[in-house]
Design a protein around this ligand. Sequence first.
Ligand code: LLP
Length: 415
Amino acid sequence: MIPTDVTQYHYRAGQLHCEDVSLAALVKTYGTPLYVYSQQALQARVTELRQALGNSGHACYAVKANQTLGILRLFAENGLGADVTSGGELYLALHAGFAPQDILYSGVGKTETELRFAIETGLRAIHVESVPELQRIETLAAEYQRVVNIGVRVNPDIDVPTHPYISTGAKEHKFGVPPTEAVQLLMQAQLSPWLNPVGIASHIGSQIMSLKPFAAAAEFLAGLASELTGMGIALEYVDVGGGVGISYAGQEPIPLTDWINTIKAPIAEAGFSLAVEPGRSLVGPAGALLTEITYVKDNGHKQFAIADAGMNDLLRPTLYQAKHPLLPVQQSNNATVLYDVVGPICESGDFLAKGYVLPKVEQGDLLCVLQAGAYGFAMSSNYNGRLRAAEVLVNGDQVTMIRERETYADLVRLQ
Ligand code: LLP
């Protein structure tokens, strides 16, 4: 079944299409494994987000979700800022055309080299996550004789219903600083001639399918920002972090408009501009991974559909037990079979789906893994000497290759 938040993938005459392009035709030209993105789906998400925000704030796309330049450029052209988490992401964002004043820099372990790059570039703000980090930024700012905009990432201690690896806003997590320390850091910044405190931020986690924790975070941050105003620290924005989750396994999707409406009220009432850093919800539903079945194998106990994409291409099922929807590219009336859809990699953790019901497949059949646009290619690797996939962007009946498939030469290029 195609989740309702996946909008540009549909069957036409029994053939799965992305917009007006047949996925089977794409595979003939570009091979597998292949990442496909719908430009119209990407644009529709951005439009919805920007309309919901109106003039109440700004959205910085979380580059970590998908750092491919073709995607970044599209978001930059469509008026988003960027949220980066490393010097590499900052480099990519600048390369893609995001203006420095539209870039936020988050991350718990920014190195001196990375901070120098950020200060030399002059960003909207660096989000500080510890006492020694603020110290380091102040020292560097003095060295450069430049006033640096900073925000502080607060850990609001809000537990969220998601996978433990991607829950980030509770006390046991490494992220942000406790509220009292955030106030101290902002005071320190206020008193420094080299630091300009402009915002507070939090990020409570990813793939959250409920609005409640977002409402709690927004109210908490709005309250804290107002307290700071009372102390003479006039912040410009309150950043509520990443976006809502998407429908991987039949969950009811949360419209971006509902999410923004939930968080913008308390922040607007307190008189601040809202900032958000969505990644997954912008790019996830627009992307799919195409793979060909190399073999079908029955070991007398289980049926394995062995795909030519594995955990190096899409790590999410292995790392987070994520359940992505799988569809046959050619619709079939075959009787259904329970498959473990696995990759070619030499470990049992290498699977795209376990115990998945599909119409009987054969060697050479194509499968489409939906909801793969976020944290898909971005987390891929060369493990097992595998070449990273190509990526294409579909717009109507037009196809643009936005990343070439790697070659064997790429495996030895830097060695
Ligand atoms: N802002 C910050 C500071 C973040 O750490 C993250 C994600 C985001 C924004 C974007 O959150 P989103 O809107 O995408 O939920 N690899 C994992 C997801 C890790 C997310 C980490 N931080 C996965 O595949 O599920």
